[in-house]
Design a protein around this ligand. Sequence first.
Ligand code: ADP
Ligand code: MG
Length: 139
Amino acid sequence: MAIESTLSIIKPDAVENNKIGAILNLIEEAGLKIRAMRMLKMNPEVAGGFYAVHKERPFFGELVEFMSRGPVVVSVLEGENAVAKYREIMGATNPAEAAEGTIRKLYASSIGENAVHGSDSLENAKIGIAYFFPESEIG
Ligand code: ADP
Ligand code: MG
């Protein structure tokens, strides 16, 4: 299996709830390497640009408002099968449907405020990494 890089965002709800460390611990315990990391606050333009693929969805405005309301922790995770592995430990989008022990089951409060983002494909991982780490050679 190939070594991949994927993009993780610890969302504003999890930062507000003091779960940065707990989430990074789950990531490292899963065997993923943290290769780059930034804490930043997105303005609505940056959040909307990142989630542009969802701009026709009914929750787009709510999503942009949520993602820009406070700081986030953006990181590049690396490992074997990293894209799928991170999606697995994140759990389902809706925490009510997420498996026991997953990040979203443990720390998300709703389908909108769901603690973390993780790339859903290798292609989107490359796009997401370039969006937040344009200066980096990672990914
Ligand atoms: P995922 O983050 O699991 O890849 P999606 O790509 O479907 O999920 O959606 C992107 C983000 O939009 C979700 O993580 C969540 O924050 C938000 N979202 C998704 N569905 C809803 C919904 N029905 N209502 C409000 N927010 C939503
Ligand atoms: Mg998605």
